[in-house]
Design a protein around this ligand. Structure first.
Ligand code: R5P
Length: 314
């Protein structure tokens, strides 16, 4: 009998898709994905998807634009092949930081991406830790927004840290950091991070809150160049913290992030597997990846069975 639920992976994060497939016990659909010599992407779905509830797993990580286009053309192929519902599981949603017109003549690329997904034919988006919750409102289709916090909290509780305090690198991440602090039953501090210019430069001026003699857990949605976290880790040491750990949902780790992390006072960086690790990051002893495959597998099966996702927030 033809399966009613189908899982498809693009090429952005095949190991994550395979893990989800194994946990959910749903095989990955047979798809051909490649680029022609002229750099155009091609997709062909080799299984019958007519009338099926299809879940595409494709974070829009590097190469961002290739992975985004690949996702859009998979959606288009599914729509033209009469899939009943097209659910896009985008664990890392690129361009999320382009979510407002905060300078003259700049785009809101997160909104444009949302429009592209809907125009292609997406019926739903499932994502993890959007840079800003409000991005959900850029879509006119349902968005199931999941959080890595429960997994990080469970992990930090097993570490039994001495006198922990959760630190948000900036005021924008305060709610996220507060949610982790609540689960760890500890205090919260906030960095006064100011960004200078558009190209990955940050300057940190101060820490608001009591961190002296504590074990700091820096918590952010994204580590990209690592500039924000590494700079604040140094400032925390100057403020008398005993140890600094860091946790970020999305390990973008661009430029010299891994090298700079190695040389930083951060003891250990915990990230999830929304984005696959580069060989350099995989070899770095300071990086530990925690899998979110179980959470995504549960989300997919619950959505398919029209059940609530609240259990994933516990
Ligand atoms: C910004 O507001 C984000 O939450 C991250 O703090 C930031 O994007 C991380 O970038 P980087 O690692 O390059 O400092």
């Amino acid at each position: 009998m033809k399966p009613d639920i189908i899982l498809i992976s693009g090429r952005a994060n095949l190991p994550l898709a395979e893990e989800i497939s194994a946990i959910a016990e749903i095989p990955l659909c047979n798809v051909e994905l490649f680029k022609f010599s002229n750099d155009e992407s091609f997709v062909k779905i080799n299984d019958n998807v007519r009338g099926a509830d299809v879940f595409i797993i494709q974070p829009t990580c590097r190469p961002v634009n290739d992975n985004l286009i690949e996702l859009l053309i998979i959606i288009d192929a599914l729509r033209r092949a009469s899939a009943r519902r097209i659910n896009c599981v985008i664990p890392y949603f690129a361009y999320a930081r382009s979510d407002k017109k905060d300078q003259p003549r700049v785009p809101i690329t997160a909104k444009l991406t949302a429009d592209l997904l809907s125009t292609a034919g997406a019926d739903r988006v499932v994502t993890v830790d959007l840079h800003a919750e409000q991005i959900q409102g850029f879509f006119n289709i349902p968005v199931d927004h999941l959080y890595a916090i429960p997994g990080f909290a469970r992990h930090f509780l097993t570490m039994d840290l001495d006198n922990p305090v959760v630190v948000s690198p900036d005021s924008g991440g305060a709610n996220r950091a507060r949610a982790l602090a609540k689960r760890l039953d500890c205090g919260l501090a906030i960095g006064d991070k100011r960004r200078v210019g558009n190209i990955d430069k940050t300057i940190l001026l101060n820490i608001i809150g009591d961190v002296k003699n504590k074990t700091a857990i820096l918590y952010d949605d994204i580590i990209d160049t690592g500039g924000s976290l590494i700079r604040i880790a140094g400032v925390l040491m100057e403020h008398g913290v005993k140890k600094v750990y860091a946790a970020c949902t999305h390990g973008v780790l661009s430029c010299s992030a891994v090298q700079n992390l190695e040389a930083s006072p951060i003891e250990q960086l915990f990230i999830t597997n929304t984005i696959p690790l580069s060989p350099q990051a995989a070899a770095c002893k300071k990086i530990t990846q925690l899998s979110i495959a179980t959470m995504l597998a549960k989300a997919i099966t619950n959505i398919h069975q029209e059940e609530s996702l609240s259990v994933l927030f516990e």
